[in-house]
Ligand binder design. Structure first.
Ligand code: NAP
Length: 315
C-alpha cells in the first residue's frame, strides 16, 4: 500500500516521541505529526527532576532534544501539521491536516493537554500582554517586576519557584487555604523568601489597556473583593495561571470514546474503542500525568499497534 503509513502518531511530546521510537525501531513506516513546536508541555518546564535517569538541572527542552534525536536515529519521519479532522470509519484511517491528508494502518493519538484558563474577564484579551501560561518562556519579561501565580498544584508552585529567579516578588493566589502540591515542593516554596501566599482567593477580572494594569481578587470566605494596581514605576505585573489542563481532543469528538471531561478512554494496552486507534500520554484517562507515564504509554501503544497491524494486514 503505497502512500499509506503503518503508524501515524499525532503529537510529538514524550508520549508521541516514545511511540515513534518504538514503532520505527520495529521497522514500521512511522510518521509523527506535530502542530507547533516539538516536545509538548515539557518544553515549557524548566526542571525535570523526577524522570528516572535525569541528571541535576536537566531541563524539559534538553530531554526532548535527546528523545527527538533517538527517534530520528530509528527512522521515524516528523512533519509539522495541524490535524483538523479524522476519519476512523474504514480499516485505513485518514488524518486530515491543514497542509496534507495522511493515511495509516494504525493511529496513535498523543497530542496531550493544554493549560486551562481561569475563565475570568480580561484573561484572553491580555494573554501575551502580562498574562502567561509558560514561566520558562516568559519569566524574563518580568525581571524585577511583581508576579501572581494562580493555582495551588505542583505546576503552580514549581513555576512560581522558577519565577522567583526573575521577579521581585511572587505571590501564589490559591482558592483554598492549603496547597495541593506535593509536600516536598511545598516545603521548598515556604522557605523561599521571595514567595508570598494569598489564601482563599480567586481572580475575578484582569484589567488593562493593551497590558495588564490591575486585577480584581475575591476572598472566597469573606466575599470581599479588592483591586490590585500595578506599582506606578512598574506600570504592569505578571499573571501566570496554572489551574490544570484540558485535553486537546475536540477533533476526536464522536470519532472515539471520550469521558465527560474530554479525555480519551483506553484499556491497559492503549486501545481505544475503535480498532486500529490507540492513545497515549496526557490525553488519556489516567491517574498520573507525568513524563515517565507518558513515555510508558507511548511504548505500549506502539507495540500494541504493531501487533494490530501484523494481525490485520497482509504483507
Ligand atoms: P492540578 O494538580 O490539577 O492543580 C490545579 C490547581 O489549580 C489546584 O490547586 C486547583 O485548586 C486550582 N484551580 C483549578 N481550577 C481553578 C480555578 N478556576 N481558579 C483557581 N484555581 C483553580 O494541576 P497541575 O498543577 O497543573 O498538575 C497537573 C498534573 O501534573 C498533576 O498530576 C501534577 O501532579 C502533575 N505535575 C507534576 C509535577 C512534578 O511532579 N514535578 C510538576 C507539574 C505537574 P484545588 O487545589 O482547590 O483543586
Amino acid at each position: 500500500m503505497k502512500n499509506v503509513y503503518d503508524i501515524v502518531i499525532i503529537g510529538a511530546g514524550p508520549a508521541g516521541l516514545a511511540a515513534g521510537l518504538y514503532a520505527a525501531r520495529a521497522k514500521m513506516k512511522t510518521l509523527i505529526l506535530e502542530r507547533d513546536k516539538t516536545g509538548g508541555q515539557i518544553v515549557t518546564t524548566n526542571e525535570v527532576a523526577n524522570y528516572p535517569g535525569s541528571i541535576q538541572n536537566a531541563t524539559g527542552p534538553s530531554l526532548i532534544a535527546r528523545m527527538v534525536e533517538q527517534t530520528e536515529e530509528f527512522g521515524a519521519e516528523r512533519k509539522k501539521d495541524t490535524v483538523i479532522d479524522v476519519d476512523f470509519t474504514e480499516k485505513i484511517k485518514v488524518i486530515k491536516g491543514e497542509k496534507e491528508e495522511y493515511k495509516a494502518k494504525a493511529v496513535i493519538i498523543a497530542n496531550g493537554a493544554t493549560p486551562r484558563p481561569i475563565g475570568c474577564p480580561g484573561e484572553r484579551e491580555l494573554t501575551g500582554k502580562g498574562v502567561s501560561y509558560c514561566a520558562t518562556c516568559d519569566a524574563d519579561f518580568f525581571t524585577d517586576l511583581e508576579v501572581f501565580v494562580i493555582g495551588g498544584g505542583d505546576s503552580a508552585v514549581e513555576e512560581a519557584m522558577y519565577l522567583t529567579k526573575f521577579a521581585r516578588k511572587v505571590t501564589i493566589v490559591h482558592r483554598r487555604d492549603e496547597l495541593r502540591a506535593a509536600k516536598s515542593i511545598q516545603d521548598k516554596a515556604f522557605k523561599n523568601e521571595k514567595m508570598n501566599f494569598m489564601w482563599d482567593t480567586v481572580v475575578e477580572e484582569i484589567k488593562g489597556d493593551g497590558i495588564v494594569e490591575s486585577v480584581i481578587f475575591k476572598n472566597k470566605k469573606t466575599e470581599e473583593t479588592n483591586e490590585y494596581h500595578a506599582d506606578e514605576d512598574d506600570g504592569t505585573f505578571g499573571i501566570f495561571p496554572f489551574v490544570g489542563y484540558k485535553p486537546q481532543s475536540d477533533v476526536f469528538k464522536e470519532k472515539i470514546e471520550l469521558n465527560e471531561s474530554g479525555y480519551v478512554i483506553t484499556d491497559a494496552d492503549m486501545k481505544t474503542n475503535v480498532a486500529g486507534v490507540f492513545a497515549a500520554g496526557d490525553i488519556r484517562v489516567k491517574s498520573l500525568r507525568q513524563v515517565v507515564t507518558a513515555t510508558a504509554d507511548g511504548a505500549i501503544a506502539a507495540v500494541t499497534a504493531e501487533k494490530y497491524i501484523e494481525n490485520n494486514f497482509e504483507e
